[in-house]
Design a protein around this ligand. Sequence first.
Ligand code: LLP
Length: 414
Amino acid sequence: MNAFSYSGQALFCEGVALAEIAARVGTPSYVYSSATILANFRAYDESFGDMPHTICYAVKANGNLAVLRLLAEAGAGFDIVSGGELFRVLQAGGAPSKVVFSGVGKTAAEIDDALAAGIFNFNCESEPELALIDALAHRRGTRARVALRVNPDVETDTHDYISTGKLAHKFGVDIAAAEGIYERARKHENLLIEGVSCHIGSLLLDPEPLMEAVDRVLALIDRLRALGSDIRHADLGGGLGVAYKPEETTPSIAEFVKCLRQRLTGRDLHVVLEPGRSIVAGAGVLLTKTLYRKNTGHKDFVIVDAAMNDLIRPALYNAYHEILPVRQNNSRRIRADVVGPVCETGDFLAHDREMADVMPGDVLAISTAGAYGFVQSSTYNARRRPAEVMVDGDLWRVVRERESYEDLIRGETI
Ligand code: LLP
């Protein structure tokens, strides 16, 4: 679903004009559509039907408490990668029994907190990590459920920084070495080694590599079971992409799950998925105000009040985000770079973009910004991080206040 659409000249999020939010909350501000978040989660959940499954939303994509609460109430589990994300999930009322803990560098303190909370499963990425979880579980007099994250060595067509499924990457263990590791891990008496996990990368527009990875994981599960391992669940990670550009296409969540189901039917496995982007990306925009127009003699610039500290994806991955005026004042088009106030040439939100002819004061919506937007923001240039707003039908509320100058220096001493 697309909750962001024009009614007359005004761009709406569900039943709320974005201009109203900008006027009341100021800019830059993130705005999220609760209906979109829920629809995307339900598309995953319902497409699995009666196949045993848990959709563990990847908190890293957007960890706002209101987003987590919405998903927790809808029955989601959570994929966390740090003690901080566990804290957020618990604060939001998420069920620890539906939490999986991923990540290549879990600390002893983080593992211990997760054991104390009683999470469902640790996705382990190395033999030393298995040994550490075993020791910490022993100290607590409990048994920890673990899955080994295997690296299925498949090629993905995504940005190098977010591809994870090749042997050159730091993630998981070589799938070819997995049987030996499962065999050795059996000596750890405080581990329940009941799963296999993988995650091959993010922003996969073509799900074919993921299906190839699933086939390899299923073949491994067959071999492990033949060797006597009691494998009960397969965690297939996240990664389904979203269309950032109008001309891009990607399968719908329902189509994607259908492909997965075809492979998983009859396998007697509880399936776990860890989607992040595909649930929240399209549910969010970043509102920003035009400050100046400027022509250097070479180029047109639209200077706005959001910057790389608010949304780093263009600067970091050369990512494309559609930019729409929240009020269509005229039909003239311009070609310009959209840039922020940060003192770096890398501070841009769009390069050489054909877009609406905007004037100082006009508010713009930077689209598809609900995932990896606010969570990757910083206070670089001593800029306060933006407010976050949640829309629900005709209602909206601030779910995170804009930072204050006091927030910027909290904890510092002279
Ligand atoms: N599970 C694991 C183990 C992951 O590492 C990730 C993402 C996910 C699940 C969720 O993947 P998703 O469904 O969101 O694709 N900052 C980058 C994306 C980094 C993704 C990191 N891992 C961006 O802005 O594109």
